[in-house]
Design a protein around this ligand. Structure first.
Ligand SMILES: [Ca+2]
Ligand SMILES: [Ca+2]
Ligand SMILES: [Ca+2]
Ligand SMILES: [Ca+2]
Length: 190
């Protein structure tokens, strides 16, 4: 094992010991149970939304939104979506009961969805979801519309509080990845 691999292994162990998304998702000052305003402030400070808004007009159009979705589905950052990633991402956004068939979209049958294949999936399965987030119907997501959508998805029991258990919904989100670089590499999806 090289020094670098040893360091990586040590870091991986430390990450495991730290457990899943913790109370420190946005830092100590935010406490553990988030009402929407607290969540909105903490989420805004992560810079995540700004990274998705690649044309800097303060809104997400459907192209920006779908690219962000792809980056989020791609948990291991290899820029393709495995069947496991497909299942996890779909459950996260569309719910555990949502049914969609991976094989239908894997047109070249290589076991992964690339951007074009994911774009087909997005067009079939996500345009209604996007319209649901766009509460004022202007075909753009404002930061508030986007953040509300995430908050409502994470608030599994709909009690308007995201508890420390529900923070598990965010596993893998704020893991230090350079989301801006990720978004650029993913490029156009839909
Ligand atoms: Ca934009
Ligand atoms: Ca992947
Ligand atoms: Ca494929
Ligand atoms: Ca809107």
């Amino acid at each position: 094992m090289t020094i670098k691999l040893k360091l990586l292994a040590a870091a991986a162990t430390a990450a495991l010991l730290a457990g899943p998304a913790t109370a420190q998702m946005f830092g100590d000052e935010y406490g553990t149970d988030y009402d929407y305003d607290t969540f909105n402030t903490g989420f805004g400070e992560t810079g995540y939304y700004d990274a998705l808004d690649t044309d800097d007009d303060t809104f997400l159009n459907e192209s920006e939104y779908s690219t962000g979705l792809y980056a989020d589905y791609d948990r291991d950052n290899d820029r393709v979506i495995s069947e496991e990633e497909f299942g996890l991402g779909t459950e996260r956004y569309l719910g555990a009961d949502y049914e969609s068939d991976f094989a239908t979209y894997d047109a070249d049958e290589d076991g992964f969805l690339d951007q074009e294949e994911f774009g087909e999936f997005y067009g079939a399965d996500y345009t209604d979801h996007y319209a649901g987030l766009d509460t004022d119907g202007d075909e753009l997501l404002s930061e508030d519309e986007y953040t509300t959508g995430i908050y409502d998805s994470a608030d599994l029991d709909d009690d308007q509080v995201v508890t420390i258990e529900e923070e598990g919904w965010f596993e893998g989100w704020f893991d230090g990845d350079d989301i801006e670089a990720e978004i650029q590499e993913v490029g156009e999806v839909y």
